[in-house]
Design a protein around this ligand. Structure first.
Ligand code: HEC
Ligand code: HEC
Length: 294
């Protein structure tokens, strides 16, 4: 009798362990899947993956008016990737733009938008990156023009232009609008291309989403202005464009926007896509567009 009770107990304990393990694995998988969504809409792979190179193991040279950046390796390789980083260090890089060594990052890494991301989303993102295969591949040093090659100069830039802040929901707006604002401003970082910058590369929020030219990238006005923006587009037009890249006039999105759509907005679920559209159609119209200059 006693022995049977003991066997019963062992079976029960093994069952419990298996169950806990399964729940843990399912939760972990769920976290990684959420992290992948953030990775995709965040466009991390667009910069950190080279053409036909391994995922997130370092990207194509990023040519800007300040010089050429080489987006580093984000895989878990301990020497050339971020395998040794703690979770706190990863959160600090995205929300504060500061490296584990305490150095400031260049805003070519759009931490200026990611600063608005929630810790919950950043944790998921890290779980996803940690689950990627580690790749040994060291990114070359950036090749920047003087004085931009002097990293400590970024302290001045930060003092002038950067305030770390989380996304603050607007209590007077709907939940959908707030979700859209978070996806556009924090993760989707749409303003990093569509908002003009001053001569030191800081975003000019007085002309938010009013269109911008940055090196080769010409990102048009996406405010609801009927002449210069996308005020004439219906919600269906916008939804179709963000899924397929096809505009109401039959043109297709090229270059950077094609990547944003293919890897990011085309893979959103309907609720998130509707939220983004809700937010975009509520933007303040801007009646100009620097990309339309001859
Ligand atoms: C527009 C291009 C671009 C996008 C998009 C981008 N990054 Fe980066 N990232 C860079 C560049 C360039 C650097 C190097 C910055 C520096 O050296 O100061 C960098 C640096 C980093 C670093 C620091 C790595 C190190 O070794 O110090 C991390 C972490 C990082 N990015 C994560 C991400 C994540 C996660 C995403 C998506 C949410 C992302 N990046 C999206 C361009 C980009
Ligand atoms: C890396 C830069 C970049 C990012 C990030 C970006 N875009 Fe774009 N976007 C562009 C460029 C460049 C074009 C012009 C593409 C073309 O016409 O071929 C464009 C075009 C568009 C258009 C079509 C406008 C028109 O008049 O033709 C819309 C709408 C748009 N983007 C919305 C978004 C949204 C929403 C996001 C964020 C989820 C976003 N973009 C993020 C670069 C970017």
């Amino acid at each position: 009798m006693k022995n049977i009770a003991r066997i019963d107990f062992k079976l029960w304990a093994v069952g419990l362990l298996l169950w806990v393990g399964a729940v843990w694995a399912a939760e972990r998988e769920d976290l990684i899947r959420r992290g992948e969504k953030v990775f995709l809409l965040g466009g991390c792979g667009n910069c950190h993956t080279a053409e036909s190179g391994p995922l997130a193991a370092g990207g194509e040279p990023l040519i800007t008016p300040f010089g050429t950046f080489y987006p580093p390796n984000l895989t878990p390789d301990p020497e050339t990737g971020i395998g040794k980083w703690s979770e706190e260090e990863f959160i600090q890089a995205l929300q504060e733009g500061i490296s584990p060594e305490g150095q400031p990052y260049y805003p070519a890494f759009p931490f200026t938008s990611y600063t608005k991301m929630s810790v919950r989303d950043i944790r998921a993102l890290r779980a996803y990156l940690k689950a990627l295969p580690a790749v040994k591949r060291r990114a070359p040093e950036h090749e920047l023009r003087f004085p931009f090659n002097l990293r400590p100069g970024l302290w001045v830039w930060r003092w002038l232009f950067f305030r770390p802040e989380r996304f603050k929901p607007d209590p007077f707006r709907s939940e959908t609008w707030n979700r859209g604002a978070y996806l556009v401003e924090a993760i989707g970082h749409c303003g990093e291309c569509h908002t003009p910058r001053n001569f030191l590369g800081a975003l000019d929020w007085d002309r938010a989403y009013g269109g911008a030219v940055l090196g080769e990238i010409k990102a048009p006005n996406i405010t609801p202005d009927p002449d210069y923006g996308i005020g004439e587009w219906s919600r269906e037009d916008l939804s179709y464009f963000l899924k397929t890249g096809i505009k109401p006039d039959g043109d297709t999105a090229s270059g950077e926007m094609a990547k944003v759509i293919r890897g990011g907005t085309a893979r959103l679920d309907e609720a998130d896509l509707a939220a983004i559209i809700e937010y975009l159609t509520s933007l303040r119209p801007i009646a100009s567009d620097p990309t339309q200059k001859p």
